[in-house]
Write a protein that binds this ligand. Structure first.
Ligand code: PMV
Length: 327
């Protein structure tokens, strides 16, 4: 069968997904809104081959085994049953993430895999179907099907939980400046972290209700290019998400003292008129929602606070692309 290659970019959630209403189907408790980023992406080539006795999966040239390999095989089983085929597949994936950025993401990985595997299996899926398929690999991957600002509507089941584009071409100044505090894999993965918090934090439901109440205000801020309102809501939503983790039982925390130093620097910079807002995912790195015109000043302040700290700037990026062949 023909090989197909897909490229998908990572995304940063402005309103977060943190908890599943249905764990098997990956139906989230919140509608989330994200921005797809150009600098970080995954290229994946898939070919189904009758002569293979098992799936062969590699990431950056290394064979993927154990849990990660099994997760890919389960995902491929889903594709095989949709396409009514039984052939095993060769999957070759490359992550393009700046060295030490610590931003490798399951979002770009599963969005690219959904695109390449479905095409290689002979399926012609719509973007909605691709988003639903990617979601079953990793929730945030549902949003990486589209470029620019994207909304993952939580829905109630597999049919109704998928992403839609809000603005695919972003023509105003918004960027993400990542401060790399630690590039090591996280100790508590997002899957385990979110379920523990959901089950044990007394504040979890409040976070869910607050997040869902922000869907329309966030859509409006994006439509109006209202950087200030967008940034304020994104920062509050991230901090509240992390507060559910520190109030879980037993508590846990992705943020370090250095993360807090950067969050506080953002607040200080705002007082001097430089608009910058912090957001953080399941790790200590702080991502500063900012404007390209302020990059130099932000970096200068960061270097004073943390000499030699690594930063990576990313701008809005495109949606999933699928091409025939192996490159
Ligand atoms: O898609 P997952 O299972 O890696 O979860 C992503 C969770 C967050 O990054 C913390 C939030 C989000 O919406 O991307």
């Amino acid at each position: 069968m023909q090989a197909y290659t897909a490229r998908a970019h990572t995304n940063i959630a402005l309103l977060k997904y943190w908890g599943k209403a249905n764990q098997t189907e990956i139906i989230p408790t919140t509608t989330s809104i994200s921005l797809t980023l150009d600098e970080f992406y995954t290229d994946t080539t898939v070919q189904f081959d009758e002569t293979l006795t098992e799936d062969q999966v590699s990431l950056n040239g290394q064979a993927l085994t154990g849990n990660s390999g099994e997760k890919i095989t389960r995902f491929l089983d889903d594709v095989r049953s949709m396409a009514n085929i039984s052939a095993k597949a060769s999957v070759k994936s490359t992550n393009h993430v700046p060295t030490a950025a610590g931003l490798a993401s399951s979002a770009s990985a599963f969005a690219a895999l959904a695109g390449a595997a479905s095409s290689a299996a002979g399926l012609e899926l719509s973007k909605t179907e691709l988003s639903r398929l990617a979601r079953r690999g990793s929730g945030s991957a549902s949003r990486s099907i589209y470029g620019g600002f994207v909304e993952w509507m939580r829905g109630v089941d597999d049919q109704t939980s998928f992403a839609i584009p809000l603005t695919e071409q972003v023509d105003w100044d918004i960027q993400l400046l990542t401060v790399v505090i630690n590039d090591q894999p996280k100790k508590i993965d997002s899957r385990g972290g979110m379920q523990h918090t959901m089950a044990t934090s007394p504040f979890y439901q409040e976070w869910v209700d607050n997040t869902n109440a922000l869907t329309v205000p966030m859509e409006n801020a994006i439509a109006a290019h209202d950087f200030t309102t967008l940034g304020q809501m994104a920062e509050a939503n991230a901090l509240q998400m992390h507060a559910t983790n520190t109030t879980a039982c037993p508590p846990f925390n992705y943020l370090t003292d250095a993360s807090w130093d950067v969050i506080q620097l953002a607040a200080q910079l705002r007082q001097t008129g430089i608009e910058v807002y912090a957001t953080m995912d399941a790790g200590p790195n702080v991502k500063l929602i900012s404007k390209s015109t302020d990059t130099d000043q932000i970096q200068a302040q960061l270097q004073q606070l943390m000499p030699n700290i690594t930063t990576v700037v990313a701008t809005p990026g495109p949606g999933l692309k699928i091409v025939k062949g192996d490159s």
